[in-house]
Write a protein that binds this ligand. Structure first.
Ligand SMILES: *[C@@H]1O[C@H](CO)[C@@H](O)[C@H](O)[C@H]1NC(C)=O
Ligand SMILES: *[C@@H]1O[C@H](CO)[C@@H](O)[C@H](O)[C@H]1NC(C)=O
Ligand SMILES: *[C@@H]1O[C@H](CO)[C@@H](O)[C@H](O)[C@H]1NC(C)=O
Ligand SMILES: *[C@@H]1O[C@H](CO)[C@@H](O)[C@H](O)[C@H]1NC(C)=O
Ligand SMILES: *[C@@H]1O[C@H](CO)[C@@H](O)[C@H](O)[C@H]1NC(C)=O
Ligand SMILES: *[C@@H]1O[C@H](CO)[C@@H](O)[C@H](O)[C@H]1NC(C)=O
Ligand SMILES: *[C@@H]1O[C@H](CO)[C@@H](O)[C@H](O)[C@H]1NC(C)=O
Ligand SMILES: *[C@@H]1O[C@H](CO)[C@@H](O)[C@H](O)[C@H]1NC(C)=O
Ligand SMILES: *[C@@H]1O[C@H](CO)[C@@H](O)[C@H](O)[C@H]1NC(C)=O
Ligand SMILES: *[C@@H]1O[C@H](CO)[C@@H](O)[C@H](O)[C@H]1NC(C)=O
Ligand SMILES: *[C@@H]1O[C@H](CO)[C@@H](O)[C@H](O)[C@H]1NC(C)=O
Length: 484
């Protein structure tokens, strides 16, 4: 009996020992083995590294979100850019009961709420590749789970982006997806409208290979400096080349779905990221360049749809309008109307329309429909574009026969309805924002300075906030073009 107990103790000893050891997580380790356990360290303010890749370029660890919460993230160490984070519908707390374990599955849980996130695998080790791919592998090296299959907002070199994936901006509004034969950018301007309005579409040119109908396409960011679309094999059906196309660059490349709705490509110089691709090159072509009810004039900057509001105050309509779903409920039914000429939707080619004989007809259709926020009408073509989501930015055009009618809610004092960004999407860590904004915004500023443009408004005073601002709110739209 005693022998049996001893044997048991001996058998258990190495396990409990290894668990005790690993509960103070190594910061230099390169893999996690079964039995690994880590808890967030209360004194760490932003990122607690657990493992790194062989070069020390990337690190997997706990990332602080919203001050008291955490998610699991892979960061590029020299720049602190977040390359990937776990998509948790609910965030775990940065405090004691929360733990990360590896028992075959990589699991974040706490004793009260249970499992927040899991890879649901039966693997033998967790490993971070030198390309930032977090993998759960078996002992023979086969991959059971990899972060490359669940991208966040970033795609790195040679990562396969398939048609059932999406890159979602950290504010949860914008996404990049693949269609049958194109790449598209979508904006979700109200809840429940997945994926939302398409505002940019790049159809495959099929110069070197034709797309076979019925087979999905996928996209890959290539080291040569292009975003390629493929169907099978190595011959791309489309190539979107970057500024540094075919030029040797010093470091790795990445593309990110930014919070302003642009898809941007960067390469690493060894000390900074250099922007060398933007899907949307003209700021006014972004869906929300000047904020809600803003008016973007190419080469000039921002104004408001009504002439009374000063875009420099930061907003062209009361904030309630940003979060309202429609005008159908009792408290939201009151609205005033703005009419203006010489305005156009930046992405009207991608919008559905109805033909109407007069602007009056088009306007009436909207007036009588409480889910309609406004219309844009072309007097020459008779096209009536109906907007069934909160008004974003319009584009100023010289042609006065392009007319708009927009509803502005008067009845909403405070934000009653959340735009419905899932927590998972909005979980967006302060650091993502800070870096995203700093980099993206820095480039915009440089671009704008070159063009001599000034005065793109900031909508909500969020530029330059500390790292832990609530990013779940719709208030993050369009901060990138802000002019300070
Ligand atoms: C990764 O590390 C290697 C060697 O330390 C370095 O040459 C390379 O530039 C690094 N890459 C990135 C993306 O930081
Ligand atoms: C790993 O832990 C989770 C959560 O505690 C549990 O549900 C799962 O069964 C465990 N897996 C193994 C292989 O022990
Ligand atoms: C990354 O790792 C692979 C092997 O997994 C190796 O062939 C390659 O040279 C490494 N790259 C760098 C930059 O260290
Ligand atoms: C995160 O998870 C939610 C719910 O499971 C899903 O709707 C959303 O698309 C996911 N986000 C990403 C970036 O995959
Ligand atoms: C991407 O897909 C190709 C073929 O479809 C495959 O050979 C390659 O290993 C994949 N890359 C990754 C990182 O999964
Ligand atoms: C996504 O599509 C790929 C093939 O294109 C497939 O292998 C994979 O199982 C799909 N993933 C999901 C989550 O549907
Ligand atoms: C690739 O396309 C060719 C036709 O162009 C087809 O014959 C071949 O089977 C395809 N290969 C794969 C792996 O789907
Ligand atoms: C704004 O002012 C311009 C001229 O300054 C005028 O043409 C336009 O109709 C005005 N728009 C509104 C909505 O009042
Ligand atoms: C109201 O507009 C929505 C789209 O904005 C449309 O789906 C619906 O059919 C319209 N209702 C009526 C009664 O016209
Ligand atoms: C719209 O077109 C009609 C005739 O097609 C014309 O009479 C009217 O003046 C035009 N209105 C504007 C504002 O251009
Ligand atoms: C962050 O905290 C604020 C208030 O403390 C909360 O309203 C918001 O939903 C939180 N965001 C996330 C993503 O949990």
């Amino acid at each position: 009996m005693t022998q049996l107990l001893l044997l048991l103790l001996l058998l258990l000893a190495p396990i409990s020992l290894s668990m005790a050891e690993s509960s103070t997580p190594p910061t230099t380790g390169q893999e996690l083995l079964i039995g690994f356990k880590a808890t967030p360290n209360p004194s760490v303010s932003s990122f607690q590294s657990l493992i790194t890749d062989s070069n020390g370029n990337y690190s997997l660890g706990f990332l602080r979100v919203n001050e008291t919460r955490l998610t699991l993230a892979v960061v590029h160490v020299p720049s602190s850019e977040i390359i990937w984070h776990a998509n948790m519908t609910k965030l775990a707390r940065w405090s004691d009961p929360t733990q990360l374990i590896f028992n075959g599955s990589l699991i974040i849980s706490d004793s009260h709420s249970g499992v927040f996130w899991s890879t649901y695998t039966e693997g033998d080790r967790v490993w971070l590749s030198n390309t930032s791919n977090l993998q759960v592998q078996t002992s023979d090296g086969s991959v059971l789970w990899q972060s490359f299959d669940f991208p966040t907002d970033t795609l790195v070199e040679n990562q396969n982006f398939t048609s059932n994936m999406s890159l979602v901006s950290s504010n949860g509004i914008y996404s990049m997806r693949l269609g049958q034969d194109f790449m598209g950018l979508y904006a979700k301007f109200k809840s429940g409208s997945d994926p939302g309005q398409i505002y940019w579409k790049h159809k495959a040119l099929e110069a070197k290979a034709a797309i076979l109908p019925g087979q999905p396409i996928y996209a890959v960011l290539k080291s040569d400096g292009f975003l390629g679309m493929y169907q099978n094999g190595s011959v791309p059906v489309d190539v979107q080349s970057f500024n540094s196309y075919l030029q040797p660059v010093s470091g790795v490349r990445r593309v990110r779905m930014e919070t302003d709705g642009n898809l941007k490509g960067y390469f690493w110089t060894g000390s900074s990221w250099v922007l060398d691709y933007q899907a949307v090159s003209e700021p006014c072509d972004l869906p929300n360049s000047c904020g809600p009810y803003g008016l973007c004039e190419p080469g000039k900057g921002c104004a408001c749809l009504d002439n009374q509001t000063d875009p420099n105050t930061g907003r062209c309509a009361s904030p309630g309008n940003h979060n309202l779903v429609d005008f159908c409920t009792a408290y939201s039914i009151k609205y005033k109307v703005i009419r203006s000429n010489g305005v156009e939707l930046p992405y009207k080619q991608l919008m559905g329309y109805q033909r109407m004989h007069t602007f009056q007809q088009c306007e009436t259709a909207c007036q009588q429909n409480c889910t309609c926020w406004g219309v844009v009408y072309s007097n020459t073509s008779g096209f009536c574009y109906i907007l069934d989501y909160p008004i974003q930015s319009l584009m100023k055009v010289g042609d006065e026969s392009k007319m708009g009618y927009f509803k502005v809610s008067e009845g909403v004092g405070k934000r009653k309805i959340d735009v419905g960004l899932g927590v998972g999407m909005g979980l967006v860590c302060g650091s993502i924002l800070v870096f995203g904004v700093v980099v993206g915004y820095g480039w915009y500023r440089m671009r704008e300075r070159k063009r001599g443009v000034s005065g793109y408004v900031k909508e909500d005073g969020v530029v330059g906030v500390g790292p832990y601002k609530d990013l779940g709110a719709a208030s993050f739209r369009s901060i990138e073009l802000s002019g300070r």
